[in-house]
Design a protein around this ligand. Structure first.
Ligand SMILES: Cc1cc2nc3c(=O)[nH]c(=O)nc-3n(C[C@H](O)[C@H](O)[C@H](O)COP(=O)(O)O)c2cc1C
Length: 199
């Protein structure tokens, strides 16, 4: 038996990962070690533009999102690629160590990349915490909360009169009567089984 539903019980948060010239939404963040120089890991899909940037850059930052974050931050950073839009154009940020930090967040961590591990789909970047601050002490948004409330948080609108398939993970919309056999979400990479049909 491999009931993957249980993985939803792993507590993950909601973060904007930034680096020089880009960034994206992530939930796959973990603190590897504590102490004076904590190590933080983040898993980034290989087809994300942010992955390309991280392979060239020395630093990454994670801005931790609050439960009441403006959902535009999630759509801007999680449902678009910096290949197509400038995500920072309409987002309030402050620059620290040359990296954009999201103002609408609970705080940030800046890490120096010390190692990375590639698998077929993702790269796990490991960073040493070099700078961090707390902006406010509100409740963080968990990935589970996002999953349970995303239909209210993020309104996915589809064009009338066209059959649309909506990714239940990230909200990407594919138009067409059927999804191609080997279709995978071009934004978050999930299988076509996780798409819902909307007429
Ligand atoms: C809630 C949410 C969580 C996400 N978590 C991750 C993640 O942990 N790792 C990842 O690589 N992409 C994750 N994504 C997908 C990227 O944010 C998305 O593919 C983004 O458009 C990539 O942008 P880029 O091409 O500018 O890097 C997530 C998206 C959403 C909406």
């Amino acid at each position: 038996m491999k009931n993957k539903k249980i993985t939803r019980k792993i507590t993950q948060g909601m973060y904007v990962l930034t680096t020089n010239n880009g960034g994206c939404m992530v939930d796959a963040v973990s603190q590897i070690s504590a102490g004076d120089n904590p190590l933080i890991s983040v898993a980034v899909m290989k087809n994300n533009y942010t992955n390309e940037l991280l392979k060239k850059n020395k630093l990454f930052a994670l801005s931790i999102l609050a439960k009441d974050v403006n959902p535009n931050i999630i759509t801007t950073f999680g449902m678009n690629s910096m290949r197509d839009i400038n995500k920072f154009e309409n987002t309030s940020v402050k620059e620290i160590e040359g990296i954009n930090i999201i103002n609408d967040s609970l705080g940030y961590m800046i890490c120096e990349i010390i190692d990375s591990i590639d698998n077929e789909t993702h790269t796990l970047f490991i960073g040493k915490l070099i700078e961090a601050d707390v902006f406010k002490d509100d409740q963080a948004m968990s990935y589970n909360y996002y999953q349970e409330n995303k239909e209210d948080l993020i309104k996915v609108t589809t064009e009338k009169g066209k059959t649309a398939w909506v990714c239940t993970i990230c909200g990407y919309v594919y138009y067409g009567d059927t999804l191609p056999d080997d279709f995978k979400c071009p934004i978050c990479g999930v299988d076509k089984k996780l798409f819902k049909k909307k007429d």
